[in-house]
Design a protein around this ligand. Structure first.
Ligand code: XMP
Length: 570
């Protein structure tokens, strides 16, 4: 997959792997010579116009390798542009569902797919004239050239996104390309890789031992277990840092893993965070404290001598630029800044057995290793822990009424355009996503909309009070989070969603100073997310139990999609 900057590039690669065929994402400009071993090349979509200065391109020599090439969206435009066709601005954009009319054709790419069908489009530029040798294979009402084919050279392209679920027959298109056009065989199965991975680990480690900083998340746990299987328990050590910012039962959960020691650093973290209210400062302090703790551990356990190498649970999206989230990357820089770790990495003393796998494949490997579904199906949890879900406030401030709802003077982080926003929240009286989206697009003052679902007093009468990260407030959030997790798990709802952050905000009354925000979201990769409506009976039970907790004045429901709101509030 040549990545032309499209947000779905990883999705294409994953869909190909789901067909049992190994796929890798590379930068779009990768020299053709480096692609010589590929059986086929896909050029992804991207946000640019082929005529923009500095827009992504590909090495034109890829068209002389004799390999099949498939262009998707921007990939179609780029192929047309580079091979002698023409691209122009469309009269109208075409975003969302469209009906494709695919011509009847015998070529292997489009075989068996002719007729009218639902596809998903997201473009404004269009191909206006096809390059020589190509024919038009499909159209929509708005897009005259929605699929093109040059079967003799095995070049094909589509304007729609065949990798998203909304393209009804997307998987069949991709299967035609990888099997019928490229001649691949379905021989990629992460589960069958386990013996191979163990062999690789043994080779990388030689006669040295491996140590890990384990987070309790899926990736580091699977990598740790793989190394333990490959080298034997005596040669693998894991350390888990208890920051005091973890969820209820977390340290006990992690402790169940063999050969793992717990480093208690809660006093150190909470001490450093005392009195701090600014979200960026909190993150920074947590990163710095991690560095200190890791250095201390490396030093005191003599992990830098030649007998040790570092194990990490890095997965495929982390290894390439376009993957992961900016904030996850930030936390990693903090980890990597530990001089000792950097030295190990620089001298190649590192083993990352999962670096070619996607998350779902890591889970497959984990299942093959016999790890429990309880571990493998865990939702992501941010490294800085409850600290970034426990909002603070500099000063007291009342709730303010406006014609559109109530402004809650707590500030949360959002992403608007490409930049970060930090703004107050608007509360409305119903779980109404349509209204919330309309409000958030219209009002400049807020970046998030919540619904008040259950409050002990009227929201107007509540106020924000100056608050910091105290052990008391973290404990309060931990209790609320535990209730939500228990009920979500018992109802099976955790399988229906990507993540369910629970946030504590310093909004309340004189007797109950805080409120809780529920934030269940759907997502594929955390880069974008939808706020979802949860089952009403589950919500009722959750509100009843959370409201009964000490210090909680109300329960709110976050209605904000990402963008414009991030999944986390800080
Ligand atoms: P946002 O809030 O940016 O989050 O929409 C996207 C995904 O990333 C997770 N996240 C983090 N994970 N360290 C992590 O390991 C972090 O600092 C961090 N910040 C956000 C978040 O939980 C969501 O899944």
């Amino acid at each position: 997959m040549l990545d032309a900057g499209g947000q779905y590039c990883h999705l294409i690669s994953r869909k190909v792997r789901d067909l049992g065929v190994y796929a890798e994402v590379r930068a779009s400009e990768t020299p053709a010579a480096e692609l010589a071993s590929a059986r086929g090349i896909v050029i992804s979509g991207g946000p640019s116009s082929v005529y923009d200065p500095d827009s992504p391109t590909v090495d034109p020599a890829i068209f002389t390798l004799g390999k099949p090439v498939l262009g998707i969206c921007y990939g179609q435009q780029l192929m047309a542009h580079l091979l002698g066709g023409r691209v122009r601005k469309g009269d109208k954009g075409e975003y969302g569902l469209a009906t494709l009319q695919l011509e009847d054709a015998a070529d292997p790419m489009f075989a068996g797919l002719a007729g009218a069908q639902q596809v998903w489009m997201s473009h404004r530029d269009v191909v206006d004239r096809v390059p020589e040798g190509f024919r038009i294979a499909g159209r929509t009402d708005t897009c005259r050239i929605a699929a093109i084919a040059d079967p003799a050279r095995k070049f094909f392209a589509v304007q729609f996104h065949l990798e998203v679920v909304h393209t009804a027959r997307g998987r069949e298109y991709l299967a035609n390309f990888v099997f019928a056009v490229c001649g691949c065989r379905p021989d990629w199965d992460p589960r069958h890789r386990v013996p191979l991975l163990e062999q690789e680990i043994r080779e990388s480690a030689g006669d040295r031992n491996v140590f890990f900083f384990v987070s309790g998340g899926v990736d580091s746990s699977v990598a740790f277990t793989l190394c333990t299987r490959a080298l034997g328990a005596a040669r693998v050590r894991g350390v888990y840092v208890d920051t005091g910012l973890m969820r209820e039962g977390e340290t006990d959960f992690v402790r169940r893993m063999p050969n793992l020691s717990v480093e208690h650093a809660d006093r150190q973290f909470l001490g450093a965070l005392a009195g701090v209210t600014d979200p960026e400062r909190k993150r920074h302090i947590i990163g710095e404290e991690f560095v200190c703790v890791q250095e201390r551990i490396i030093e005191s356990r003599r992990l830098l001598d030649e007998h040790w190498i570092l194990g990490q649970g890095t997965i495929y999206p982390d290894t390439i630029e376009s993957g992961g989230t900016a904030k996850a990357a930030l936390i990693k820089t903090h980890h990597n800044r530990v001089a000792g770790i950097q030295r190990l990495i620089d001298s190649g003393r590192i083993v990352e057995p999962l670096k070619s796998f996607y998350k779902d494949e890591v889970r497959e490997v984990g299942r093959e290793l016999g790890l429990s579904p309880e571990l493998l199906d865990r939702h992501p949890f941010p490294g800085p822990g409850l600290a970034i879900r426990c909002l603070c406030a500099e000063r007291d401030e009342p709730v303010r009424a406006t014609a559109d709802g109530l402004i809650l003077p707590v500030h949360s982080v959002g992403v608007q355009g490409d930049s970060r926003s930090y703004a107050p929240v608007l509360a409305i009286d119903a779980i109404d996503h349509v209204r919330a989206t309309e409000l958030i697009n219209r009002l400049r003052e807020v970046n998030r909309v919540v619904a008040a679902v259950q409050t002990a007093a009227t929201v107007e009468s509540m106020s924000v009070r100056a608050a910091t990260l105290t052990p008391e407030r973290i404990a309060r959030l931990r209790r609320a989070d535990a209730v939500v997790r228990r009920l979500t798990h018992a109802s099976g709802y955790d399988h229906a969603i990507w993540q369910f952050p629970v946030i504590l905000i310093p909004l309340g009354t004189s007797t109950a100073p805080d409120s809780v925000v529920l934030r269940p979201v759907h997502s594929v990769d955390g880069m974008t997310a939808q706020s979802v409506v949860m089952p009403p009976d589950l919500l009722v039970n959750m509100c009843r139990e959370v409201s009964a907790l000490e210090g909680i004045a109300g329960v709110f429901y976050d209605l904000t999609h990402k963008p414009p709101g991030t999944i986390e509030w800080e």
